[in-house]
Design a protein around this ligand. Structure first.
Ligand SMILES: Nc1ncnc2c1ncn2[C@@H]1O[C@H](COP(=O)(O)OP(=O)(O)OP(=O)(O)O)[C@@H](O)[C@H]1O
Ligand SMILES: [Mg+2]
Length: 701
């Protein structure tokens, strides 16, 4: 029996031992107590956990061993209540409590208490797990989450997350500031709400890239704020993954780059303007006339600045109204409506235009209510913003460049600066053109006076030759004339037929003599004894008309041709000093040439007049001019340039070519001037201009 009991006890302790071994190897500590709260079981893990060895712990009150003092009463009450009522709210579930180690340090533990009834005795077992590590890890996680949240919340950048379907899932204060929606308004709505309509197409592309696990870096685009305004942003969008690495959405960090973009745009605009300026200056450099320079400049402004209306107005003399010199091609449609077409006049005012004419660039953001004439006219054409730039050379304003736009206040300061620079270039180009044309004029004048000198020189040489020939012919003719004359007078033996031959010879010699004397008249120095007398050119001209009547009236009439004579004689014509017969002969020659030039008839005008000579000083003595004008065949340029030369004629046998040479001789001897104006097929005007200063000198006592 003893042996049996012993055997049974042994069997029992063997199974206890096995359980103990299992429990000792369990992860959790196992503690058991009896109904008085005394420790009855203490596993190896309990030893390590609480610092009490099993030997020390067994038999101690649990509450005094591992329960912090402040919970001990509660523990005892709970135990008593369970024993009395069988109720224990903390039993059979996992609870977290604080426990004491032997060294009195508290630590968090998790435990599950199970009551064990055997007969009417109750004991309790509890599995205990140290939570210190887990709590620490949890705290660390919480901390790092809070840190992250803090960073996200305090970021200046917008940080947003969205699902792969594009629905917003988070929205930080930076996003609230940037886009103007609160987190509440944004979360749950589609990301597309901040896309401008023309950029909606970007979203599928972005989502596709995110779906492939790609990141979109520094993507520059435009979004719309809650108030409808646009904002330039740079966004970096990355895939968001769950714990298993699956992509579940995207995070987006966006930054406002409006300012940078504005800077970039400003820089771009500046570069574009610089380019335009260069283009315009190159184009105007290739041109030499002012009008096309202005046209190119205004046209470029219309096209590229751009402007709605542009023109250039100039004035010769400060204080006088400006005249529109050029209106832009596109502005022309508007010009008549504004009364600002080319050649229209603009009076200066006491306002912008006046200031501009004093050299200032003037900008008026809105001219709609301007009472002044120029802005008033522009405003009536629907223009609002006006810029006027002066065109000046050496501090003298000679014109203005006018640029206007329909949009009020639409010229930025950079635009104004551009207009100012352009106006400087234009003024320089205008000055260049003026210098160039002045130079050309000077060359032309020089060429003409050179030609005149050469012609005079040629005429002088020809004249000298002619009078030399005349002298020799005269010498050779005089014996022939004398002998022919004396034979006719003295020799009575001559037959009638010989006498007739001699008469013919004598007449021929006479004719040659006449020609020779005309030749000599062409180049004879004015001899001192040349009878100069005060002459009335009106009288003289009337005499010439009478003397030549047969040629311009009778003979043509016989042939059925009509030449009208018009006389236009200035009353009170000052008298000139001259040799009457010479002038009469010369005028006769001119009238005969005019008649010759009108074989089909026409009008012959004889006119006298007084002129002060445009290029002479006002104080100079007046000049008297005689004009013989015909409506005949006219002269070619070649004939006109040679008509004064002796022996130059286009009349063949009928002309000697000495008429105008003689006229020229007379003109020279009277210090007069001869002007030849002729147009082929339209007629010729020969004008002799006599000075009267002579007369004053001569007549003064
Ligand atoms: N009024 C004119 N209309 C057209 N041609 C003219 C006129 N006057 C002169 N000429 C041209 O000038 C040339 C020279 O004129 P000029 O008077 O010296 O000589 P001419 O008339 O030909 O001969 P002459 O006068 O000796 O009879 C003329 O042959 C003619 O071609
Ligand atoms: Mg003639």
């Amino acid at each position: 029996m003893d042996a049996e009991r012993h055997g049974a006890r042994e069997g029992l302790s063997a199974s206890e031992e096995r359980i103990r071994l299992i429990l000792d190897s369990a992860l959790d500590a196992l503690v058991t107590i009896d109904h008085t709260g005394t420790i009855t079981g203490w596993s190896r893990q309990a030893e390590t956990l609480f610092g009490w060895s099993a030997g020390e712990a067994l038999g101690r009150l649990l509450s005094e061993t591992i329960i912090p003092e402040r919970y001990r009463a509660e523990h005892t009450q709970g135990l008593e209540r369970y024993l009395a009522t069988g109720e224990g709210p903390l039993l059979n579930r996992r609870i977290e409590v604080s426990a004491l180690r032997r060294d009195q340090n508290e630590f968090p533990m998790e435990l599950a208490i199970t009551p064990i009834r055997s007969g009417n005795r109750v004991s309790f077992s509890a599995f205990v797990r140290d939570l210190t590590e887990r709590k620490r890890a949890e705290a660390a996680l919480r901390e790092s989450q809070e840190l992250l949240e803090g960073i996200v919340n305090s970021s200046d950048d917008a940080i947003i997350s969205k699902t792969l379907g594009g629905i917003i899932t988070s929205w930080n204060p930076g996003a609230e500031r940037l886009f103007g929606y609160t987190a509440q308004q944004a979360i749950g709505r589609p990301m597309l709400m901040i896309f401008p309509p023309e950029r909606r197409g970007e979203e599928p592309g972005i989502l596709a890239r995110i779906g492939r696990g790609e990141r979109v870096d520094h993507f520059e685009t435009v979004r719309v704020r809650a108030d409808g305004t646009r904002v330039d942003i740079s966004a970096t969008i990355s895939p968001l993954r769950d714990a298993d690495g699956r992509i579940i959405g995207a995070s987006k960090i966006a930054r406002d780059i409006t300012e940078r973009k504005a800077h970039e745009r400003k820089l771009q605009a500046q570069l574009a303007r610089l380019h335009l300026l260069e283009q315009i200056t190159r184009a105007i450099g290739e041109r030499q006339d002012l009008h096309s320079i202005f046209r190119v400049a205004i046209h470029s402004l219309e096209e590229h600045l751009p402007i709605d209306f542009g023109c250039i107005a100039l004035h010769e003399v400060a204080g006088q109204p400006l005249e529109i010199a050029c209106v832009g091609t596109r502005s022309q449609a508007l010009a008549p409506e504004l009364a600002l077409a080319e050649h229209a006049q603009i009076g200066s005012d006491e306002n912008g235009l006046g200031r501009c004419l004093r050299g200032e660039l003037v900008y008026e953001p809105d001219i709609s209510a301007s009472p002044f004439p120029l802005p008033g006219r522009l405003a009536r054409g629907g223009l609002r913003a006006l810029a006027i730039a002066p065109l000046s050379v050496e501090n003298k304003v000679f014109g203005v460049m006018i640029a206007a736009r329909r949009e009020p206040a639409s010229f930025a300061s950079a635009d104004c600066e551009f207009l100012r620079q352009l106006s400087e270039h234009l003024a320089l180009a205008a000055r260049q053109v003026r210098l160039h044309s002045a130079l050309q004029q000077a060359y032309e004048d020089l060429r003409q006076s050179q030609q005149t000198v050469m012609q005079q020189e040629r005429l002088r040489a020809l004249g000298q030759m002619a009078s030399g020939i005349a002298h020799d012919i005269n010498n050779a003719l005089s014996p022939a004339s004398i002998y022919a004359q004396s034979l006719l007078e003295r020799d009575e033996t001559l037959s009638e037929s010989a006498r007739e031959s001699l008469r013919v010879i004598h007449r021929a010699i006479d004719d040659v003599g006449q020609t020779v004397s005309r030749m000599r008249m062409f180049y004879s120095q004015r001899e001192p004894q040349l009878a100069l007398a005060p002459l009335d050119l009106n009288d003289l001209l009337q005499q010439v008309a009478r003397l030549t009547r047969a040629r311009w009236s009778d003979i043509p009439q016989e042939r059925g041709i009509v030449i009208d004579l018009k006389t236009d004689l200035a009353p009170d014509l000052p008298r000139i000093m001259g040799a009457e017969s010479e002038i009469r002969d010369a005028l006769t020659n001119l009238v005969l040439n005019a008649v010759d030039a009108m074989p089909e008839g026409g009008t012959l005008t004889l006119r006298t007049g007084v002129s002060n000579g445009a290029d002479r000083e006002a104080s100079a003595a007046p000049q008297v001019q005689v004009e013989i004008r015909d409506t005949g065949v006219g002269m070619t340029e070649a004939v006109r340039s040679r008509c004064l030369e002796p022996f130059f004629t286009t009349k063949g046998e009928r002309g000697t070519g000495l008429g105008l040479a003689m006229v020229y001789g007379m003109v020279q001897r009277h210090s007069a001037e001869l002007e030849v104006e002729s147009e082929l097929g339209a007629g010729t005007t020969m004008r002799v201009i006599f000075p009267t200063a002579w007369l004053r000198d001569v007549q003064q006592p």
